[in-house]
Design a protein around this ligand. Structure first.
Ligand code: FES
Length: 115
């Protein structure tokens, strides 16, 4: 099934190496997403921690990044690597964030894969 691309925000609105939070419809449900920019690429996951289902940010759009470059859940400190979203330390070690398909086109981050 083709998922129509939906623009979320400008790539430049996310600091390189940093995060942004957006609201979007995923499978027809409104969801909060965490986006992570890595140069010209953006990866994204549902903003839901696999440990206890809490949001990862401590205030909307405010995410913690460890010195080791991990995304840290503000609730109980689960730490996620930023390629596959796998929890590598903390209470849900071995679980993973739920990825959402994103693409970057003409400077805009879009939900869904290109074409
Ligand atoms: S809800 Fe994220 S570590 Fe507990």
């Amino acid at each position: 099934m083709t998922i129509p691309a939906a623009p979320l925000l400008a790539l430049d609105a996310i600091p390189d190496g940093g995060f942004a939070e957006v609201e979007a419809l995923v499978d027809g449900e409104p969801e909060s997403l965490v986006l992570h920019r890595d140069g010209g690429e953006v990866r994204g996951w549902l903003n839901v921690c696999p440990h206890a289902g809490r949001r990862l940010d401590w205030a909307p759009g405010q995410f913690l990044k460890s010195r080791e470059g991990l995304l840290v859940c503000a609730a109980h400190g689960a730490s996620f690597e930023l390629r596959g979203g796998e929890c590598v330390a903390g209470p849900c070690r071995g679980e993973a964030l739920r990825a959402v398909a994103l693409s970057v086109r003409e400077g805009m981050v879009e939900l869904g894969t290109a074409d």
